[in-house]
Design a protein around this ligand. Sequence first.
Ligand code: C2O
Ligand code: CU
Length: 488
Amino acid sequence: MGDVVRTLIAGLLVMGVAAPLASAQPLRPTARAVDAPPLRVPVDINPDPSVLEVNMSAYVADVEIGPGLKVRAWTYDGAIPGPFLRAKVGDRLIVHFTNKLPEATTIHWHGLRVPIAMDGVPGISQPPMHTGDTFTYDFVLRDAGLFWYHPHVMSAAQVGFGLYGALQVDDPSDGVTVDDEVTLVLSDIGFNTFGELEPADSGGPAGMVFGREGEHVLVNGRRTPTLTMRAGTVQRWRIVNTAKSRFFLIDMDGQPFTVIGSDGGLQSAPVTEQTLLVTTGERVDVLVAPRGTPGSTLSVRAMLYNRGYGSVQYRDVEELMRIRFTDAPALPARAMPKTSRRIVPTERAGATEVPIVLTLPPAGKDGKSAFRVNGVPFWEAKPFTAALGERQVWVIRNDTDWDHPFHLHGYFFLQLDANDQPVQPLAWKDTLNIPMKTTIKVLIDFNERPGEWMFHCHILDHAEGGLMGTVQVGSPSGRTHEHKPPPQ
Ligand code: C2O
Ligand code: CU
């Protein structure tokens, strides 16, 4: 796809496209946010249609999240979310990245099967990038799906301050034909009346244990944007939760969501849900056809979901966005497009079982708490090991009173049920919620790309608070390093 065409199509498909552009393209005239800016598409500096090459930098900038609501945020290229990177499966992505933040940073490409040197974990896969440093990320986009990018240095702080963006890898042959497509980046941010960011350590150790949430809920960087559409239009929504701790349980006044895919692209078959849970770091790909009286408005809400003490007590349902129906009569109801994907499950027989127990012992005398993986917080942990080509079943037992969305870098996995059968429909995951006091098994094939890969809770305060580890796939490179505790 040519640069101009790519930009045009991406512009048309994302939320908030300008009206003149939309009316010039009669095939996709139906959905646009009237008060939300589009996800910004960066300039592709490479004429090769199979390469997306961009310059990007991180810096502090004033960002308006709604009328009169300004925050001095940490941004990629000056906005929240960062540039919307969009390419086709098999394309090459090159990002020339410069750090203009007051602190060190890196970029981690969440969910992508990248070479280890592109994984962006400071001290493990790349040196931290100090202020003024430049690094070029360069890899092939092997899998279709919605992915995202964020720092891996002090990630609870930096993601919470606004550093995240969506990376969508399209498969033009996926056969999903809809009236319109929208990519939705869900997040939150906290700041005071002077527009100053809420400190990353607010609430002290209790804040860490809960997982800090920002008071302003954002959709594509805006508070309660409006999506305008004709009632009954079939839309494909690709949703990513980039919040550092907040879960989103999405309700559209009981209207159904047809889930067709998750982290690693389409799943084997669709499922219909009345509400949609998107935990931190996860993605969902859904078909919807919201209905309502022409001219009316429908609220899309985040309902209460109990991920641990503090998430439902004294909390309210939040309005995420509004759908405003045009005056055109509703389109007749019709069946959702059929989707399917042949997924060959990883062989369970012969896989090594690896027990993983997540705990939170009572706070020490200093009042500090630390989450532990198999008895140790991250800074005392030794890497797990896997031979290259080894298949493993990670039996993850969450003994704590909080949910933990468990994320593994570099590999997709399948969830297994209690009988060790893959959970149907089959779906490639890289982030999976382990509810409080629950055990969940996942099957991983460490079939390629030796290196030291991270796993951690994607409630980033939990990760920084100890709930992280690494798995050394293949023999270690010989380099030794120490995991250091974060300041709490
Ligand atoms: Cu979103 Cu370590 O990752
Ligand atoms: Cu957690």
